[in-house]
Every structure is written in C-alpha cells, then in structure tokens.
Design a protein around this ligand. Structure first.
Ligand code: PMP
Length: 366
C-alpha cells in the first residue's frame, strides 16, 4: 500500500465562534460501515463509499480556496506490538499547529483541544476497525514498509472573497492508512533551483501556500528520476535547508551528524527533533548549523531525510545545480539504520519508549 487517500468514515470538525470565542466541536460521520464489511464489498461498491468519504464538504469560496490561506499538520498513529494503538508526540504537532495559526493571524486552536480531539478521533475510527494490524514481519526491516494511520488535521477559513485573514477558522481532522512514502524505482536527491522559503516569510510554519513550490520542485525532481528535491538557502544559495516535506541530515567522515539549524525558513520537524535526541542518546555528536554543498561534497558519508511521512529515509546521492553527483551508496548507511531501528522500534512499541513519546490511544494487552 502506498501513500494513498482512503479516508476513514469519522471526521472531526471544530469551528471557531467569534461571538462566544469558543470552538464548537462536531463529529462528521460519512457512514458507519465497519472496516471488515467495507473490505467484503465488491470493488465497485467500495469505490462509491470511499469516493463519498474522500469528498468532505468545505466552503468553496474562502480565503483557503483562493489564497491558500490554510495550515495543516501531519502525524501518525501506530499499531503497537502489544496490540494497542499510540500516537507519536501529538502535543508537539499541537504546538506547531498553534504556532502556524498564530503566525497566520487567526484564532489559534488550543493545544489541549488538539490532543484530546486527536486521541478521541483515532479511538472512534479504530473501534470501527480502521487501524492497520501489527505485523511482526515489519520488524525484519525496521518497519521500512510498515503501515500506520496518517492523521491530517487542517484548517479552513470562513467564506470570503477579498484577501484577508480568517476570523472564523474551522479545524478538521481526518485520516487514512499509509505505508511507504517515497516512490519506488526513483533514487537520490537533486538540488532544486526553486526557493521554498525566504527570510521573513512563512517557511517556519506549516501553511498550505509553502507547499505549492514543493509540489512543483518534487515533480521536476521525479521527472528527472530523483526521489526527492532539496532546497538551498535563498540568500547565499549555498547552504542546505531541507527537502520538499522533510528535514535533512548528513553524517560526516568523523561521524559527526549535522543538520541545518532552525530559522524562519525551515520547518521545525518533530522527527528532526526526535532524531537529534536519539542520536545524542547513542553518543553521536550532533551539530545544528549551516552546512554548505561544498562541505557535503568533501566530507559527508551519509545523507538521510526525516519526517512523519518519510520516517528516516536514506538518500543514495545528492546532485548539485551543475549536475555534480555525490554518492553515499544505496540503502541505509550504518548511522541512519541505527536511528531508524530506534525511532520506528519505539513508535511501533517493539522496543521501550523511555522518553514517553507515545500517547496511548488504545491500551494493548499482549
Ligand atoms: N519540512 C517540511 C517542509 C515538511 O513538510 C515536513 C513534514 N511535516 C517536515 C520538514 C518534517 O516534519 P515532521 O518531522 O514534523 O513531520
């Protein structure tokens, strides 16, 4: 299964009411067909149901539809080895969502509400069977192609036609089952000419408008046979920033791990933050600083990207703007492998979670 859209039947929605200054919550149930029943249907019957679920009604003339005035989150729920379900660090996504909305000058969605709604949301759908089943086979590859629940909270504005900032946003949470993120058969990363974010812009928040350039650059990269595009900084055009939907890490010859330092042009990834902690726990020296293309070409022996969807994904090479390719070898390098084992193992409950990163939604019992 790839990263495809098959929405779960139950969706959460909270609308901001400027009069009462409250968020009015509701559950939107497209249907209540249990997962097993859906799977037992003919393909045609199932398609009718899924098409309906995938088209959720939202205002079609809004700041969102015309000006990409929206923000969103991506987080994952994991079936755990003990038979339970857990969400990985939802409070971190909640804080980033809050910052995104604040950065867009609209009433921000409270952190506690976000976490509570997400937990309840996953539980309600899981009770209808919408949760992948833990498969011990996944452990053999450190969960490289394992399934999980991709949870997508996002914001939509009220109806509007002139350019402006939402005063009555609504927050929706929906989900779909996913597995591997990157397309099979493509290989290596390529530096793109495009600029994702500029100083004083919106690169540090997860607003929808940032992703138009990402979609274009990624398509261009894929058409050239690369699996991912990588951005340089807008000012000097020589320091790495991040990928289209992931942060980037390099391992240098002396085993130091380097990732670009956060600024207003880089999204503060929750996987990035977690990987830095894991690498330090493993005894690695981790530096958050500017790293240039030249330095990578001279000193790097591994490169990997990190993200909720991407997990920890090794890049076999990086090709610069002049077409010069730096090879890191195919598959996981030893450092990426070690970190992947640790991160995915904790997320799927196959190893201990000493930092209590998992929020248990459904308690396991085996
Ligand atoms: N950078 C960008 C531009 C992204 O879209 C993402 C995905 N949210 C990331 C980095 C990684 O963030 P996270 O680890 O929180 O998924």
């Amino acid at each position: 299964m790839a990263f495809a859209l098959n929405l779960y039947p139950i969706t959460y929605m909270a609308k901001y009411n400027p009069q009462t200054k409250n968020w009015d919550e509701q559950w939107l149930e497209s249907d209540k067909i249990p997962h097993d029943e859906l799977m037992a249907m003919s393909e045609d019957e199932r398609k009718v149901i899924l098409d309906k679920r995938n088209q959720m009604g939202t205002p079609s003339v809004s700041y969102t539809s015309q000006y990409a005035y929206s923000c969103f989150e991506g987080m994952k729920g994991f079936p755990t080895k003990d038979g339970g379900v857990a969400i990985f660090r939802p409070e971190e996504n909640a804080k980033r969502f809050y910052n995104s909305m604040k950065g867009m000058y609209c009433p921000p969605f409270p952190v506690e509400m976000y976490v509570k709604a997400s937990v309840e949301f996953v539980k309600k759908n899981a009770e209808l069977g919408y949760v992948p089943k833990y498969n011990p086979e996944w452990e053999k590859t450190d969960f490289a192609n394992a399934e999980s629940i991709y949870i997508r909270p996002f914001m939509n504005s009220e109806g509007a036609i002139g350019v402006g900032c939402a005063q009555q946003p609504c927050v929706i949470i929906c989900a779909t089952t996913v597995s591997a993120y990157f397309k099979a058969g493509l290989d290596g990363a390529v530096i793109t000419e495009r600029i994702r974010a500029t100083p004083h812009g919106t690169g540090y928040i997860k607003c929808a408008s940032n992703y138009v350039i990402s979609a274009l650059a990624k398509k261009e990269a894929e058409e050239k046979g690369f699996v991912e595009c990588v951005y340089l900084d807008a000012v000097h055009r020589k320091y790495f920033q991040e990928g289209s939907s992931c942060n980037i890490f390099f391992v240098l010859k002396d085993k130091t791990i380097v990732t670009p330092e956060l600024s207003d042009t880089i999204l503060p990834g929750i996987t990035r933050k977690s990987v830095i902690v894991l690498a330090k726990e493993k005894g690695y020296k981790v530096e958050e600083r500017q790293i240039s293309v030249k330095e990578v070409q001279k000193k790097a022996i591994e490169c990997f990207v990190t993200g909720t969807a991407a997990g920890i994904s090794p890049m076999s090479s990086i090709t610069d703007l002049k077409g010069k390719k730096t090879d890191f070898g195919s598959g996981f390098g030893p450092v990426a492998k070690e970190l992947q084992h640790e991160l995915k193992g904790r997320q799927y409950g196959a190893i201990a979670d000493p930092n209590n990163w998992n929020t248990v939604v459904i308690q396991g019992n085996n």
